[in-house]
Design a protein. Structure first.
Length: 83
């Protein structure tokens, strides 16, 4: 995502140090903490998250918004809660 497209993040999950499947498990458990339409960010260095988070979104009917970086350069995956 470019800076122009950046949406506010309602919940950022710090999953640094977690490996597959823990980041998507955290996403699955905690995305319900934000209202429908809000964005959840998953911050993780786990390379599997690049495919796991979009796959989780497809399976769960959530909207994958893409990838950017946290302030420290770690990958951050953005998901909009649809329902």
């Amino acid at each position: 995502m470019s800076g122009d497209e950046q949406e506010p993040v309602a919940l950022e999950l710090d999953c640094r140090g977690m490996l597959c499947p823990l980041p998507v498990i955290q996403l699955g458990r905690r995305h319900v903490e934000v209202p429908v339409g809000a964005v959840v960010a998953v911050v993780t260095a786990d390379p599997a998250a690049r495919t796991d988070v979009p796959a989780w979104c497809r399976m769960r009917g959530q909207e994958y918004l893409g990838e950017d970086s946290a302030a420290d350069g770690v990958a951050r995956y953005l998901v909009r809660r649809v329902g």
